[in-house]
Design a protein. Sequence first.
Length: 198
Amino acid sequence: MGRNITNDSSFDELLESFLSGDIEELFHDKDKSSVQLGNLLWDKMPSVNHIKPLFYSQFESCQYWGTYIVNEGNDYGRELMDLAICLAGSHFATVRYNICSALWAFWNNRYIEALILFLNDRDEQTRMVALSLLGQIPDKDFESIVYKLKKDEYTACKLRHSIEYFSALRANNVESLKGIIRHTNDEVLKKVELLRDS
């Protein structure tokens, strides 16, 4: 697998391999052995405290596997969520996606600012997950986010249809929903016509 790493390697040896950057190249090359190493690290983890060093690393492979374990490990993910959320502004799209996905399981209104970041993320997958989550969070948190979003004209304009749609859905306002969907479809058709004419 990795450099001097086998299935018999200890957790400490695996962790050191991650923290030293030994597997970073494998990770970026999408080498299957980097996935094996990540899963092995997870399987051999004595406790959640033992993977905390991953969150302080500058390497994508470390940040990725730390946040991946949070996202997938429902039994203890909540214990690490406050640490993972600190990477909401990570340079790495894979890491931001993991954290945004983890918000579904571990939502707390402390994470409102992070969700707003994800709604504006440059990675489309992360934005879509954040937008879906916006439709599911409690009403009180939804109102807080909408209030904050409306302070930023660019974001409020960009998300206007989504905000209107989720607001109408929460209010069970069928007529408003129909109008929003019809209006959105008209805008899409106009864009298609413009593209066709260009």
